[in-house]
Design a protein around this ligand. Structure first.
Ligand code: BES
Ligand code: MN
Ligand code: ZN
Length: 493
């Protein structure tokens, strides 16, 4: 596991020496004045030459790198663009830091320093964004490669000109540990990440971080009447695991929060079997659970003083076999509601139904669930934006604010009650799927049947959980989407 050593140093670029110096520049402000002119002089005019030669304009995320000759104490200089000064955002800094880190790695710099402007007078938030950008961009998952990764790594990153941000740096590292856990869980294939290994992972988190752990086995779930979850689980040769981790602060909590994640370690579709072009990526169908446990890791490390947090996932696979649920079967969830299964591929909402009922019984003040729930949400919002549904404007606003701070995009969607018509069944309380139109909305309305009165947010993360190609601070593959939003939500609760 690569570990970058981050530290804030008060001094400016003028006093720094090492392999790679990252200088960030605003668009249209690339003429060198003041300390930049001084720096350029120290670097024998390399910065000026580089700007001219590469026609560097400071466009967001743009890069230019050059060797500094003449035995300079700084080996390479890397320019990164920030875009227009007036449009600077934390996400812009995060993305620029990520681009710079990748460039530093490609330029074989081991010791790196970065010089970024402070966003909005907020040094701590700026430091966090820089560390997140670097840490998330440099993360590499070579667990399943036969040869260990021999790539060059960045050893240290000094944050120049920032003071009083040591705690922010430490926090960002802990948050990224949570994001990277989520990425590893999602990236692991269904023959390596199973309900059993998920339970083992939760056990490891519990003992490392002092979290409470409850695992309900199949028999325990039967006793609680979790017929919807168990209906999905019944075709698998692997035992289902209902996982419940709890972070408890030392003092009586001011607020009790819950995070619930969809945990399908594989979704074949069941007897409504998926086909090529859909089925082979369905290891990612535990992305909600991954975000949940990634957040558990981060929260367990950060130890917020007065917030209790529950982390819940009903983990199983959706498989086919002689004992699979049939299309047309009726299932009874743990709140007594009956469901006609008109499509076995709408399994996530079935597992979540029992998970939500269980979670509400814990007596929490708010519930956020995350699920790779519908292809319809991807059609509606594309690959980069998660859908948000909520019964509470206040909670929706909290989660929205947390996501903005994280740079994870959400868009609120309607819980259009009228559309529940589409889920009406002849002999059961509801069907598990409605018409094609508004598919992500009826999915959310289905979940709503299993939350009585607790303020609740549902996030459909089917799009952003995965990226086919490198994008910003995400490398190709699992993104760990949701973890940073969840952590921000808990920390600001
Ligand atoms: N896990 C899928 C949703 C999904 C699709 C996630 C694409 C990530 C990428 C979910 O269980 C599912 O199969 N949903 C169906 C619902 C339909 C049967 C109403 C879908 O979206 O097609
Ligand atoms: Mn499915
Ligand atoms: Zn699914």
């Amino acid at each position: 596991m690569m570990m970058v050593k981050f530290q804030a140093v008060e001094s400016s670029a003028l006093d720094w020496s090492g392999d790679g110096l990252v200088v960030s520049l605003f668009e249209g402000e690339v003429e060198l004045t003041g300390s930049l002119a001084q720096l350029d002089e120290k670097l024998f005019g390399t910065v000026k030459e580089l700007i001219a030669e590469k026609e560097f304009e400071g466009k967001p995320g743009s890069l230019a790198a050059a060797r500094v000759g003449g035995g300079s104490s700084i080996r390479k200089v890397i320019l990164v663009g920030l875009g227009q000064r007036d449009n600077l955002t934390l996400e812009g800094i995060r993305l620029a830091a990520a681009a710079a880190a990748r460039s530093a790695k490609a330029e074989k710099c081991k010791t790196v320093a970065v010089s970024f402007p402070v966003w909005n007078g907020a040094a701590a938030k700026t430091a966090r964004a820089i560390v997140e950008g670097v840490e998330l961009a440099l993360f590499q998952d070579s667990r399943f490669k036969s040869e260990p990764d021999k790539n060059h790594t960045v050893d240290s990153v000094d944050l120049l000109g920032l003071v009083g941000v040591d705690e922010a740096i430490a926090q960002a590292i802990q948050i990224c540990a949570g994001v990277n856990l989520a990425r590893e869980l999602v990236a692991a294939p269904a023959n390596a990440c199973t309900p059993i290994t998920m339970a083992e992972m939760a056990q490891a988190l519990a003992s490392e971080l002092g979290l409470e752990l409850e695992i309900l086995e199949k028999e325990d779930c039967e006793k609680l009447g979790m017929g919807a979850f168990l209906g999905v689980a019944q075709a698998s040769d692997l035992p289902p695991k209902f996982i419940h981790l709890t972070y408890k602060p030392r003092v009586t909590p001011r607020r009790k929060l819950a995070i619930v994640g969809k945990g399908l370690t594989f979704d074949s579709g069941g007897l409504n079997l998926k086909t090529q072009g859909g089925i082979e990526t369905m290891k990612m169908d535990m992305g909600g659970a991954a975000a949940t446990f990634g957040a558990a890791k981060a929260i367990g490390l950060l130890k917020p003083p007065d917030i209790e947090v529950h982390f819940v996932s009903a983990v199983t696979e959706n498989m086919i076999s002689g004992h699979a649920m049939h299309p047309g079967d009726f299932l009874t969830a743990s709140n007594g509601k009956t469901i006609e299964i008109n499509n076995t591929d709408a399994e996530g909402r079935l597992t979540l139904a029992d998970a939500l009922v269980f979670t509400e019984k814990l007596g929490v003040d708010a519930i956020v669930d995350l699920a790779t729930l519908t292809g319809a949400c991807v059609v509606a919002l594309g690959d980069d934006i998660a859908g948000l549904w909520s019964t509470s404007d206040e909670l929706a606003a909290e989660v929205n604010q947390a996501s903005e701070l994280a740079g994870e995009k959400l868009w609120r969607m309607p819980l259009e009650e009228k559309y529940f018509e589409g889920l009406k069944a002849m002999h059961a309380d509801m069907k598990n799927t409605g018409p094609r139109a508004g598919g992500s909305i009826t999915a959310a309305l289905f979940l709503k049947q299993f939350v009585e009165k607790t303020p609740w947010v549902h996030l459909d993360i089917a799009g952003p959980v995965w990226t086919d190609k490198e994008k910003g601070y995400n490398s190709a593959g699992a993104t760990g989407f949701g973890v940073r939003t969840l952590v921000n939500w808990v920390l600001n609760a």
